[in-house]
Design a binder for this molecule. Structure first.
Ligand code: SF4
Ligand code: FES
Length: 648
């Protein structure tokens, strides 16, 4: 955040007269803003619209909401019209523009948590704190009162619980599915939560004004599985494992407790891959990634070396962006890497920058990942202080530095162009393409954008050679894959397997199968944007081509297991609600289609899961329109899981 302006200066010529008439912000708001402005000279702030989101987040932290006078102060500083800034504040689920409870407990009721007792916790919260500020009963987009994304709830403008210090809301997946049921209170994660742990957490919040780390107890096989170091106090760390001779590659340090300091990373082979890249030169490093046949791990499976080559061909300045906005329900792999092996992500990013001639990078971390954010920020600061980032890093005649940004609660910001807009201080709405990010990406510059796992994979590729890595896996899926396993399994956790490993082996040999000897009924493969797989499909090898052949997808690598006791249409309704709430609303097929889809699933549920010909035809028609005419992947993929169930 300390570096100079990077964007063309928007906001010039803004009429500030209305802003001048606003009262000054309260002292605590002014202090919060000073923290944001500290490293940017006053004369350089105008036009730095990219500081808008950090400023709003600072205000939210200071008071629990963003007041108009404070918003106006931000607008005066940055030269952004007030209505425009309000539109940004209102876009994000974790920002509020009205006062309400000082603390909000976000209880996850997404699929994995639903299967592990979130309803008991919700009942306790209702009893204790009254109705939720946001939940299934509210008809509109996701968001809390005071957010324009919420419509229909509390139409009288009153925020229930406004006078109370603690309120609560239902949340989509928090990326803690291995520790389900989970909640987020401020910057504290509450995992494997029991009603008693929840009560203790609420008492801490009410008494001390901050949570002291509430937790529950794992049961069954999960209690026996070794735990790795966690982030938030009192929260169990992830369980992890691997399969196959070549593994662990990505989880090597994670499995031995993590490497969260530079010395720990260096002691375990850290930065040898960057040294190798420098020996090979930019073209040689890129050739290794090409030989490795590395495909993007974020879901789209695009060849990484093609992105690199396209960006390297464009005139500079060029940028590298790490997409750490991991929000696909059921997915937590990037969270674990960022928490326990942050320098590997940073090293992979630095190699990508070296190969493409990029000089600046951004890491955009999901707002609901406080521990991952802290971990990667510390890593960036340490790397910079020790010469692994910055001017002439490691004595090279090339410079590269990285900024860490944090999201504010919007699934759609995982879409790469929406993420660019979010960093730039705009609403996180996807852009139409072309132009593609390799031509006009962040701040209009050629940009390589990769998911966390993709960047971390660059490190073993340079260390072991692209040819070696490319020989792992299957014909069209090279290397290893991180798989987030959750739901009805004995040991939910993060597992690394070579591509081509049968899904059943992952579920049974690594995750211990369904608990209590129950039968697996279905697996949600690839997250909410993936598809259901049924028992006869579980011998399918995990690979892009094999899953595609049966109408599925690797997606984010999430496997959410549903045993014979699950109501699949209840799960389907949760998925449909997720897309309805997370649609940014920019295009009609998605905005209206996700709502109609949710209504159809509810209708099917009401008739006991029977899908008659008329409903099926309606559903197929709707899915076709959404796939063909939505602007971005959210609308295009939203029908997938539901279609796989309707087909069944
Ligand atoms: S498809 Fe949905 S999320 Fe994507 S731009 Fe359109 S409305 Fe927004
Ligand atoms: S954290 Fe609840 S489903 Fe992922």
């Amino acid at each position: 955040m300390s570096q100079g302006p990077v964007a063309p200066a928007p906001g010039r010529g803004v009429d500030l007269s209305r802003l001048e008439r606003m009262p000054d912000p309260e002292p605590d708001e002014a202090v919060a803003l000073q923290e944001v402005w500290r490293e940017v000279a006053p004369e350089s702030r105008r036009g730095r619209r990219d500081l808008l989101l950090p400023a709003l987040q600072a205000l939210q932290r200071a008071r629990g909401w963003v007041s108009y006078p404070a918003l106006a102060a931000v607008c005066r500083e940055l030269g952004v019209p007030l209505a425009d800034a309000y539109g940004v504040a209102a876009f994000y689920a974790l920002l509020r523009t009205e006062p309400g409870p000082r603390h909000i407990v976000h209880l996850c009721d997404d699929v994995a948590c639903m299967r592990r007792g979130a309803d008991r916790l919700a009942a306790r919260l209702r009893e204790r704190l009254g109705p939720p500020l946001h939940g299934p009963e509210h008809g509109g987009l996701r968001g809390l009162p005071g957010s324009a994304r919420l419509s229909g709830a509390h139409g009288d403008g009153a925020s229930p619980g406004a006078a109370a210090s603690v309120g609560w809301a239902f949340s989509p997946c928090l990326g803690q599915c291995d520790r389900a049921p989970a909640a987020l209170a401020g910057d504290e994660v509450w995992g494997e939560l029991t009603p008693e742990g929840l009560e203790a957490g609420l008492r801490d919040l009410e008494a001390a004004g901050h949570p002291e780390g509430a937790r529950g107890e794992p049961d069954g096989a999960a209690a026996e599985a070794p735990l790795l170091a966690g982030g938030s106090p009192g929260v169990p760390g992830p369980r992890a494992g691997c399969m196959g001779e070549a593994t662990p590659l990505l989880l090597e340090r994670v499995l031995s407790g993590g490497a969260t300091t530079l010395d720990a990373y260096l002691a375990r082979g850290g930065y040898q891959a960057l040294r190798r890249a420098r020996e090979l030169g930019p073209g040689g490093a890129m050739a290794e990634v090409e030989r490795a046949r590395l495909l993007g791990r974020g879901g789209a499976a695009f060849p990484s070396s093609r992105k690199w080559a396209a960006v390297a061909r464009e005139p500079g300045p060029r940028y590298v962006v790490c997409n750490a906005d991991e929000s696909e329900p059921g997915t937590f792999k990037d969270r674990v890497l960022l928490e326990l092996d942050p320098f590997a992500v940073l090293e992979g990013m630095t190699i990508a920058a070296f190969a493409t001639g990029a000089e600046r990078g951004w890491i955009y971390v999901r707002g609901e990942y406080p521990d991952a954010y802290r971990s990667i920020r510390r890593a960036v600061e340490e790397a910079r202080a020790r010469g692994y980032l910055g001017h002439h890093l490691l004595g090279a005649d090339w410079s590269f530095d990285v900024e860490v940004r944090r999201g504010a609660g919007a699934y759609v910001c995982g879409e790469e162009t929406a993420l660019f807009n979010s960093i730039e201080g705009l609403r996180g709405e996807p852009r139409a393409r072309p132009p593609f990010p390799t031509q006009r990406g962040l701040f209009g510059r050629p940009t390589v954008i990769h998911n966390v796992e993709t960047l971390a994979s660059v490190v073993p590729i340079l260390l072991r050679g692209g040819k070696w890595y490319g020989a792992l896996g299957t014909a069209r899926s090279a290397g290893t894959k991180l798989v987030s396993v959750s739901g009805d399994v004995a040991v939910p956790g993060l597992y690394e397997v070579p591509f081509g490993t049968p899904i059943r082996a992952i579920l049974e040999e690594l995750a211990g199968g369904a608990p209590g000897g129950r039968r697996i009924q279905a697996v949600l493969c690839g997250g909410a944007a993936g598809t259901f797989l049924f028992p006869e499909e579980l011998d399918t090898p995990l690979a892009f081509e094999t899953l595609q052949a049966i109408g599925g997808t690797v997606g984010s690598g999430a496997l959410v297991v549903l045993d014979e006791t699950a109501d699949l249409w209840e799960v389907a309704e949760r998925i449909a609600r997720f897309f309805k709430e997370e649609s940014c609303g920019q295009c009609v097929p998605c905005r209206v289609g996700t709502r109609r889809q949710w209504e159809l699933v509810r209708a099917i549920r009401r008739q006991g899961g029977r899908v008659d010909g008329a409903l099926r035809a309606l559903f197929d028609d709707l899915a076709r329109v959404m796939r063909d005419s939505s602007i971005c992947g959210l609308g295009q993929l939203a029908p997938n899981a539901l279609a796989s169930l309707v087909r069944r």
